[in-house]
Design a protein around this ligand. Structure first.
Ligand code: DP6
Length: 351
């Protein structure tokens, strides 16, 4: 096809250890507090997007996982913002319509950071199509306009989203704290408790939390910044005890905020709580067995029931065998009708 430009890109998910929850500006997606995450670079947790651009296309079109969808407002913003930075030699392309085809190879909107991977991928792909100079334009700022957490998926390794102080959001961006090479022994295990879409989206949940949860306001003013500093120290020192304790406390506090929201948001289910119990028991067992660290595994949950367990390579096979031997109880839950499809998949965070 004459004049056709086409690019395909892949975007990774990221799982926050310091949680983003609550916006100070909904339209620009400016967060109330900083957050920090680990990017999981694995084949079976990624978003893939192909963008085609041609003078013969009559309108912009979008397919997600093989089905056509209207281009939503946030996608439209990313496209329009990207066009503002189009390179001189590609200027002509800004008049052409786009066909965007995305697929996630994991649960969409089930608390597995699908929007993060999806928007990071979309923005990266737009940048390729439009010849955007990454040295001049911060792609994390563009990705943030699609979904806040997406700004952290632009980088690998350990990524810090700085909330910024400006009203226009030019300083609300993500930076890499350390690359994956900093801590190659770190692993993540994802426990897919449910593929069901969450009842309350992150967007709606965090708006409701901002309007009703005093805990959220306290946390974002008094707690998060200190935790960010401690977490960066923990990562640089590869201090798993500190990393694990902050990660679990953050997850707990985020879900406490969800409960403090009125009406409350319930993101975890009984199986999620069983997973927390199991991690606590595993940590206690390891101490009994003479482990020199207080923690050997750390759980974290986003806005859904699926668990992410961080641990170190040396404990991975043992932990997985414990998970597998816990399957009977999980299957019983399934029999009782909970939407459980527990799959434990060991993820090499940094292949
Ligand atoms: C619980 O980035 O999905 O996963 O900015 O409205 O698109 P929007 O929200 P989103 O929220 C993610 C929230 C979280 C915590 C986190 O990833 O930091």
């Amino acid at each position: 096809m004459e004049g056709l430009v086409m690019k395909t890109c892949e975007g990774p998910v990221n799982i926050a250890v310091i949680k983003y929850w609550g916006k100070r500006n909904d339209e620009l997606i400016l967060p109330m507090n900083d957050s920090l995450s680990v990017t999981l670079h694995v084949d079976h947790l990624r978003s893939r997007t192909t963008i085609a651009c041609s003078p013969v296309f009559k309108e912009d079109e979008f397919w997600l996982n093989g089905k056509p969808f209207p281009i939503n407002e946030r996608m439209r913003t990313c496209i329009e913002e990207a066009k503002k930075h189009i390179s001189e030699e590609k200027k002509e392309l800004s008049k052409y319509k786009l066909r965007i085809c995305s697929e996630n190879n994991f649960a969409t909107a089930a608390g597995l950071a699908s929007s993060a991977a999806g928007f990071a991928c979309l923005v990266y792909c737009l940048a390729q199509v439009y010849g955007i100079d990454e040295k001049v334009v911060d792609l994390t700022i563009l990705a943030r306009r699609g979904s806040g957490s997406a700004c952290r998926s632009i980088y690998g390794g350990f990524v810090w989203w700085q909330k910024g102080t400006s009203d226009d959001g030019h300083d609300s961006k993500a930076v890499q704290v350390a690359s994956e090479a900093r801590w190659p022994e770190l692993r993540a295990v994802i426990l897919v408790v449910s593929h069901k879409q969450k009842d309350v989206s992150s967007k709606d949940g965090m708006k409701r939390s901002r309007e009703t949860s005093q805990l959220l306001h306290f946390r974002s003013k008094q707690i998060v910044q200190q935790r960010i500093e401690s977490m960066i120290k923990a990562i640089n020192a590869k201090d798993f005890d500190a990393f694990a304790e902050i990660t679990m406390k953050e997850s707990n506090q985020f879900h406490a905020v969800a409960l403090d929201t009125f009406p409350p948001c319930f993101y975890m289910n009984d199986v999620s709580r069983n997973v927390i119990d199991l991690v606590n028991k595993y940590n206690a067992y390891k101490v009994d067995m003479g482990s020199s660290t207080r923690y050997s595994a750390a759980y974290t949950f986003d806005a859904g029931p699926n668990a992410c367990i961080y641990l170190q390579d040396k404990d991975l096979s043992e932990f997985l065998s414990i998970i597998v031997s816990s399957f009977p109880s999980i299957e019983k839950e399934y029999v009782r009708g909970l939407p459980v499809e527990v799959v434990s998949s060991s993820v090499d965070i940094f292949p």
